[in-house]
Structures are given as structure tokens and as C-alpha cells.
Ligand binder design. Structure first.
Ligand code: NDP
Length: 497
């Protein structure tokens, strides 16, 4: 499918408008360098206008019955279904992930938008017995106001949907600042929501760089919540920059996710799980398995088989059916990933596959890195501790099960973990003791479903969760309501004998 190159605009108050600076930036394919579109470099004035439009639209949107809001989201989900293939093709061009994964990314948005459409008929609060006679007690969710959604490039449509759909169903309005590497797919989602009937001003979108436009959105005094997914550095920066405003900031940050393989594991399954989790999306998933902890009885076999599989993966343009691993997002990412080659050597690890910038036929014009496996990695080595965000995994030997769990928990992040074992008792101990927000038994570290909470412990975030019903807490305030129909003054605890 040919994508026409054109200049796109911001979405403010229901109108597509140029940025006020007149300056632009391009989005290009990381596989080929093909130019896909030109977007405005917005200014703080543009952000002011977007936030003002969102504020103006807030009252009428928040008063629209939630089931009606849900119907608009339902229509958006239907349009996503109709356009799934076109969106996936465009995503592979813009972001690079192979087509099957791009389809999955769109599917995740479909799932989330349908799910939140349904929440329009739930948005469940509590009704509980009151302590006093003739008194009624309940809690209801209130919308918060204007939500800033700031998103990364690695899930160009899924992650925006995880934020925008729940924010909208709860009655909030949105200012959306997508990643500069994938503005086109973000724009497609906004177009679809507009087409589904979203009133003007309910969703606004400003394009531009993180340190100026992203910062202006996050720190704007009339933005009530910042919903952010991205790097730990940026998450910390936003937290500091908004601290004086006591702004609610929800952070989904990095990971150093682990797959544990025990001696009794089904090794065919485990190797499949590791290859998929470490090299799927070219390792550019927050849940990518960048560590593999293997019990010593099967260690040599796992290293050998994993290295062989990594060496056999086909790199290239994700639009081609035979390609298993696409490019990394840009040259800066490629250089960062490759800088860990020296780090791994200095750590004393043994390189058993990859470790080089990939070149050759079909890779010209793109940013490709060989799927890389380090063996004999010290659990405290930098390559076992730092998020590399590329197709690189570190294999670590464990003496036994307890040691494996200790290593698994021995990082600053806590997003996803997995264990391969045929022993049900150990599986349950692992479920209890792996201190991560997501845990898989006999599956890799990736594959979250949208109806459960998504997020992590420790430095992976600040205690909030995207997805599931839990994500509604990010976009609502609780109000506890007491109705006394006794006709007398009842004083709760004070009237207790
Ligand atoms: P960044 O933090 O660089 O960027 C994320 C978003 O923040 C982009 O829209 C970016 O804009 C914007 N941004 C950058 N600087 C600022 C700033 N100072 N103020 C406000 N906004 C800013 O992350 P990446 O895009 O590089 O994404 C990769 C990271 O995201 C990885 O660390 C990964 O682990 C994490 N991630 C976490 C997930 C999770 O759920 N836990 C899911 C997916 C990714 P611009 O693009 O213009 O720079």
C-alpha cells in the first residue's frame, strides 16, 4: 500500500490547524528512510490553545451520560476494526515492527476501545451498608478534568488507546502529545475518534518535541492529570517539573524483565518463549525479556539453543512476510544499543550471538541490529541491570530455584517476569515471590491482555496501572456520598456505644 506523503496538522477544538511557528518535522520509515509525512513543531501557544479547548469542552462532555460516551467509543472501535489492515501496514512503515505485530498493536487498541465503551455502562462504585440506621452510603467516580496523554513510539496506537479511551469514558477531555517518531499512527487514532462522533475539543492533539511541547503539556497549570508512558528519565523529569503543582502524574516506565528457566522446564517451549520475548518488536518492548535466568542443570543447553535461534532470525523490512525482526526506531537508538557491546565485554560476559550493527542486502537505509545473546552474565553487571531497549538479552546462571528468584528480583525495575517449570508448587511460589506487576507461568514476558492492570513495581512506575478497570483510578476521583434519611442528627462513630 502506498502512503501519500503530506503535511499534517494539530487538532485543536475540533479543527485541524497549522502550528503557530510554521516549523515542521518529518516522520520517516526506520527500515528504509522513506518520508511518510510532515508534522507541525508546535509551540507553547499551541499547547495553551489545546488546553483551553479541552477545558471548554469538559463540562458538556462530563455531563453526557457515560453510556452515550461509550457509544462513541464503540463506533471508534468499529472503525478501527474496518481499518485494521491499513493501520497495520502504515504502522510497519512508520515504526518498523513486523506486520503481524503491527496487526497485534492495532488489535490491542480495538480491544481497549471496546472494553472502555462497555465501561460506559459500568464505571462501578460501591454501595455499602451504613453504620447508622436510615442512612445510605456509596462511592461514585468523578471525572478529573483535562488529561495530558504523553506516549512513546513503540506501541504507536495501542498505548495512546490505553490512555485516551479510559480518560474519555470517565468524562475527561484530553490533550494528546504523541512520540515524535510515530506521529502518523497517533493522528490516525485521533481521526477515527473524530469520525466516530467525538464532540469538538474533547480530544486535542499537538505534535512536537518532548522537551518543549511535551513539557508544556505536562506542566500546564490547567492540566489536571499527566498520563505518561516512556523512559524512566522522562518520567522523573515530569514528576519534578510538576511537583509544585501537586499534579497527579501516572507513570509507566522501563523494565529489565526476566524469564526464569528451571531444570524441569519444557525447554522447547522455554526457548520459543525467550526468542519471542527477547527479539519480538526488536526488543523494543517495555516487557521485553532482557534477562534469562537459567538453573544450572539446563544452562549450557539453553545458551546453545538460544544462540543458535538468535543467529537464525531474519532481519529486514517488516512488510516482508519472511522477516522476523524489523529495524530499531532510529540511529540514536541503534548507537545506544551498540554501545552496550563494549559494556558487555567490560562486564566480562561471553558474547554468543550478534553484537553488531547489521548490514547487507535489504538492510540499506535502515537501522538494524543483530539479535544478541550474552552468556555467563553476572547478575549485577550493567547489561543485566540497565534497560538497553533493543534485541539484546543477558543469560545468567542460577544455582537453584531460590537463587533464580533472588536474581530475578535483583533489579531496580519490576514490570514483567516469567517462569518455565512443570512443577506446580514452584510455579505458585514464583507467582508469590516475583516482585513484578505482571507474571507469566510457562509463557514469555510479553502478551498482556487489556482487561487486566498493566504496569510495574519499583522504578517501573509510581504505583499506578494502565489497562484493566484499575486504570480508571488514573482518570477519576472518588467521591463518597452519605444520604441520611433518618430526619435526626446522627453522628457516626460518636453515637456508637
Ligand atoms: P521517552 O521518555 O523519550 O519519550 C516518551 C514520550 O515523552 C514521547 O512522546 C516524548 O516526546 C515525550 N517526552 C520526552 N521528553 C519529555 C519531557 N521532558 N517532558 C514531557 N514529555 C517528554 O521514551 P521513548 O519514546 O524513548 O520510549 C521508550 C521508553 O518507554 C523505554 O524506556 C520503555 O521501557 C518505555 N515504555 C514503557 C512502557 C510501560 O508501559 N511501562 C511501555 C512502552 C515503553 P518525543 O518523542 O518528542 O521525544
Amino acid at each position: 500500500m502506498a502512503v501519500a506523503t503530506r503535511t499534517f496538522q494539530n487538532l485543536i477544538g475540533g479543527q485541524w490547524v497549522d502550528g503557530s511557528s510554521g516549523e515542521t518535522f518529518d516522520t520517516v520509515s526506520p527500515a528504509t528512510g522513506e518520508l511518510l509525512g510532515t508534522f507541525p513543531k508546535s509551540t507553547r501557544d499551541d499547547v495553551d490553545r489545546a488546553v483551553a479547548a479541552a477545558r471548554e469542552a469538559f463540562r458538556s462532555w462530563s455531563l453526557m451520560p457515560a453510556p452515550r460516551r461509550g457509544e462513541i467509543l464503540f463506533r471508534a472501535a468499529e472503525i478501527l476494526v474496518e481499518r485494521k489492515e491499513d493501520l497495520a501496514q502504515e504502522m510497519t512503515r512508520e515504526m518498523g515492527k513486523v506486520l503481524a505485530e503491527a496487526r497485534g498493536d492495532v488489535q490491542e487498541a480495538i480491544d481497549m476501545v471496546y472494553f472502555m465503551a462497555g465501561e460506559g455502562r459500568r464505571l462501578v462504585g460501591e454501595t455499602v451498608p451504613a453504620e447508622m440506621p436510615d442512612k445510605f452510603a456509596m462511592s461514585v467516580r468523578m471525572p478529573v478534568g483535562v488529561i495530558a496523554c504523553i506516549t512513546p513510539w513503540n506501541f504507536p496506537i495501542a498505548i495512546p488507546s490505553w490512555k485516551i479511551a479510559p480518560a474519555l469514558i470517565a468524562g475527561n477531555t484530553v490533550v494528546f502529545k504523541p512520540a515524535s517518531d510515530t506521529p502518523l499512527l497517533a493522528l490516525r487514532l485521533a481521526e477515527i475518534l473524530q469520525e466516530a462522533g467525538l464532540p469538538d475539543g474533547v480530544l486535542n492533539m499537538v505534535f512536537g518535541g518532548g522537551s518543549d511541547v511535551g513539557d508544556a503539556v505536562a506542566t500546564h497549570p490547567d492540566v489536571d492529570v499527566v498520563s505518561f508512558t516512556g523512559s524512566s528519565w522522562t518520567g522523573r523529569e515530569i514528576t519534578k517539573r510538576t511537583a509544585d503543582q501537586l499534579k497527579k502524574v501516572t507513570l509507566e516506565l522501563g523494565g529489565k524483565n526476566v524469564i526464569v528457566v528451571l531444570n524441569d522446564a519444557n525447554l522447547d517451549l522455554a526457548i520459543d518463549g525467550i526468542v519471542w520475548s527477547a527479539f519480538g518488536t526488536t526488543g523494543q518492548r517495555c516487557t521485553a525479556a532482557s534477562r534469562v535466568v537459567v538453573e544450572e542443570g539446563v544452562y549450557d543447553e539453553v545458551v546453545e539453543r538460544l544462540a543458535e535461534r538468535a543467529r537464525g532470525l531474519t532481519l529486514g523490512n517488516g512488510l516482508e512476510d519472511s522477516v522476523e525482526v524489523g529495524p530499531v526506531i532510529n540511529d540514536a537508538a541503534l548507537q545506544k544499543i551498540h554501545s552496550y557491546r563494549e559494556v558487555g565485554e567490560a562486564d566480562g560476559a561471553r558474547l554468543v550471538a550478534g553484537g553488531n550493527i547489521a548490514t547487507g542486502a535489504g538492510l540499506e537505509g535502515g537501522h538494524f541490529y543483530e539479535p544478541t545473546v550474552w552468556a555467563d552474565v553476572d547478575p549485577n553487571a550493567r547489561i543485566a541491570q540497565e534497560e538497553i531497549f533493543g534485541p539484546v538479552t543477558a543469560v545468567i546462571k542460577a544455582r537453584d530455584f531460590d537463587h533464580a528468584i533472588e536474581i530475578a528480583n535483583g533489579v531496580d525495575f519490576g514490570l514483567s517476569s516469567a517462569i518455565f517449570t512443570e512443577n506446580v508448587n514452584r510455579a505458585f511460589v514464583a507467582m508469590r515471590d516475583l516482585y513484578t506487576g505482571i507474571c507469566y507461568i510457562n509463557a514469555g514476558t510479553i502478551g498482556a491482555e487489556i482487561q487486566l492492570p498493566f504496569g510495574g513495581t519499583r522504578d517501573t512506575g509510581n504505583g499506578h496501572r494502565d489497562a484493566g478497570v484499575a486504570c480508571l483510578d488514573n482518570f477519576t476521583e472518588w467521591k463518597s456520598v452519605y444520604v441520611d434519611y433518618s430526619g435526626t442528627l446522627q453522628r457516626a462513630q460518636i453515637d456508637h456505644d
